[in-house]
Design a protein around this ligand. Sequence first.
Ligand code: UTP
Length: 300
Amino acid sequence: MKITKAVIPAAGLGTRVLPATKVMPKEMLPIVDKPAIQYIVEEAVQSGITDILIITNRGKGFIEDHFDKAPVLESILERDKKYDLLESISHLDKLANIHYVRQIETKGLGHAISKARMFAGNDPVAVLYGDDVVVGGNAPATKELIDAYGTYGKGVIGIKPVTRKEIVNYSCVKVDHVKDNIFRCTDMIEKPQRDEDVFSLYSILGRCILPPEIFDILDRTPPGAKNEIQLTDAMRELAITSGMTAVEYSGTRYDIGNKFGIMKATIEIGLNHPEIGEEFRQYLYELTNSGILDKPEMLK
Ligand code: UTP
């Protein structure tokens, strides 16, 4: 079955990036010159997605505006013959059919996804977390997961190895290797605190494909870690009952929901940027050679 629908949950409070996210949604924070959510929408589109539901909440109108037309700005750029700049914004309202629904109360990722029931209908949906940007790799991450859904016919999670220290803040999955980057997942837990719950050092990072059964499961999933309705708890039922497929996707993932992740994304994506990449590389060489990394207080 062809997967053409994607859900992007973007209704979190973004408290780890305050004060920047007091007014500005974290999904709109720029990585060089594009807001994070644009990378995510582009990945979905490059994976064959035609319809996207973005889950928002109060104050996230910037996201809707970003994927809308900007008639005044566009006509000024046209008048001034700034065609490159015009091209950089004029396609944004045509990338996909983008729909929006509000999560009125911030009750967790699982609760946010439950708002997509009507949108999904009887179709499987791709889920791309609004604060996980994935770039590079052999194919867009969502495409790698969609291909695995086509091959194995079960819900799919995108996984990556993390450190033992990190895993307590992430999810943890029990997996058996099938072949190459494909695993069978039979259990998972959100934020494992006890040693015996650390099944592996693989975590679900930002991407999954959910079959329509997930919505009934979500409706009966009680609040879990952080007293939030956790998507991992609902997917656990799928993993235990019917099994899920896990794909170690090939791209590089940046968590733009925390300050360090934003810095890494900005530097690494900036280094390859067609307009400023070379100048930025030169700047970084000079900066590292200046000894500033050993004495950052020199800049204070
Ligand atoms: P996070 O837990 O990283 O988002 O959720 P958060 O709540 O904004 O994080 P804090 O406040 O910094 O700890 C992962 C994804 O799920 C969305 C977020 O927007 C993010 O894309 N989310 C989370 C929702 O849509 N609704 C929620 O209730 C919680």
